[in-house]
Design a protein around this ligand. Structure first.
Ligand code: CA
Ligand code: CA
Length: 412
């Protein structure tokens, strides 16, 4: 079986090589001149050469932790002189099982693999030689399809951990197609919300403290159906439709007739386009951007695979009036160039303490820093050139493993 998988993986690599005409690359140089943001904003590189950079979390001391999906490692990035560029990279762990999710609490880095949640205690005293992880919970399925996770601690100090549907569309029991939550020590795991096909990003409203989350709609219907969704869950126990209903409670062609009679699914707060792959989202809580951005939502759209014309590949800004969605407009574009050339795929967004917005790109292997400049000066913190280059202390991950066994084409 093992040999069979290696042969399959080899064939896949060969196939990719033949069709692309080039060997598969881990990273590509960011093309800043092609990335567009509104007037007054600018894009810089926070860190490049960071293969498969996905979900991000910032610790109170300012260290950025970054999960990966196919790369199997977790990075810690340190911007020592706070000039908006990471100076050091540490690899906290390698050869994990799609460690997409990262969260931070009381000095511990939490990492979600497919099948379990682990924790690196007192991590910031051990960045160069991280301790073996403590296992927090093994109470998660091992299904790879939509099994990689975004995780975060909620205002209730519980860790929110989704499990996607292990399929394009299917009916499965808990904890599939749901968001669960558990105490930091792994106990009291319970399902918080159901009917969610695959969420890879969520955040809590800064004022109402309600959970908002993205959800990716199913594939293989058509280019315009069904929409990806932005949802909110004001309370526990709600159902968001999947697999019976999509969008504004439109019955699914295969599963709509099988919905429980008493089901009252919550429609999305905002339907996005189909197949845009809305992943990471955060409320903008910084002070750098103009006041109209306060408490608005940035959403990373990873971009389509199941659409005849590529869609997504951008960061959206969703504007709210109080608690109500009033608009959704592209904020950062250019990842998709003319001729459907893809130069990057946004996976997550994160607001830094100085108000800059970080955007991870798992395709180019980079993290961008979007800042706002008032005319005549950069409002972002400038420390002058106090930095002393200490050379690149980053460890080479050396991990060339390709994760085999993901039969889905979905790579969101
Ligand atoms: Ca720096
Ligand atoms: Ca829904």
């Amino acid at each position: 079986m093992v040999n069979f998988r290696i042969v399959l993986a080899g064939l896949l690599v060969l196939t990719i090589g033949v069709f692309s005409g080039a060997a598969a690359q881990d990273t590509r140089p960011p093309q800043l001149d092609k990335l567009k943001v509104p007037a007054g904003f600018k894009v810089q590189v926070f860190k490049d050469n960071l293969a498969n950079a996905r979900s991000m979390v910032l610790s109170p001391s300012g260290i950025l932790y970054v999960g990966t999906r196919t790369k199997g490692c977790v990075y810690a990035l340190v911007d020592k002189d706070k000039d908006g560029k990471a100076d050091e990279v540490f690899v906290i762990a390698q050869k994990l099982n799609m460690p997409n999710g990262v969260a931070f609490r009381n000095g511990s880095l939490y990492v979600a693999e497919i099948h379990r949640v682990i924790r690196f205690d007192n991590i910031e005293s051990h960045l160069k030689s991280p301790p073996a992880p403590v296992v927090v919970s093994t109470n998660f399925p091992d299904k790879i399809h939509h099994g990689w996770k975004f995780i975060a601690f909620g205002p209730d100090d519980k860790l929110y951990v989704p499990v996607g549907a292990p399929c394009n569309v299917c009916m499965r029991n808990d904890p599939f197609a749901a968001i669960s939550r558990l105490k930091p020590d792994g106990t009291e795991q319970e399902v918080f919300a159901r009917g969610i096909r695959n969420t890879v990003g969520f955040d809590w409203h800064p004022i109402t403290k309600q959970l908002w989350f993205t959800d990716n709609g199913r594939d293989n219907m058509n280019d315009t159906t069904p929409p990806d969704e932005l949802n909110s869950a004001p309370q526990a126990g709600l159902h968001f439709g999947f697999p019976y209903f999509y969008g504004n409670n439109v019955p699914d062609p295969e599963f709509g007739s099988r919905a429980p009679a008493n089901l009252k699914p919550v429609p999305p707060r905002l339907p996005f386009g189909a197949h845009v792959a809305a992943l990471g989202m955060r409320f903008y809580t910084g002070k750098m951007f103009p006041p109209e951005y306060k408490n608005q939502i940035f959403v990373a759209q990873h971009g389509s695979w199941n659409s005849s014309k590529k869609v997504g590949y951008q960061v959206m800004c969703v504007k709210l009036d109080g608690d109500k969605v009033v608009s959704s407009t592209p904020f950062m574009t250019g990842f998709l160039q003319p001729g459907e050339q893809v130069i990057g795929r946004p996976a997550d967004v994160l607001v830094m303490p100085d108000g800059a917005l970080l955007v991870s790109d798992d395709d180019a292997g980079a993290i961008y820093r979007v800042s706002y400049q008032v005319a005549g000066g950069d409002k972002s913190k400038s420390t002058g050139d106090k930095s002393k280059s200490t050379g690149d202390k980053s460890k080479s991950t050396g991990d060339k493993s390709k994760s085999a066994g993901d039969k889905s084409k979905s790579n969101h």
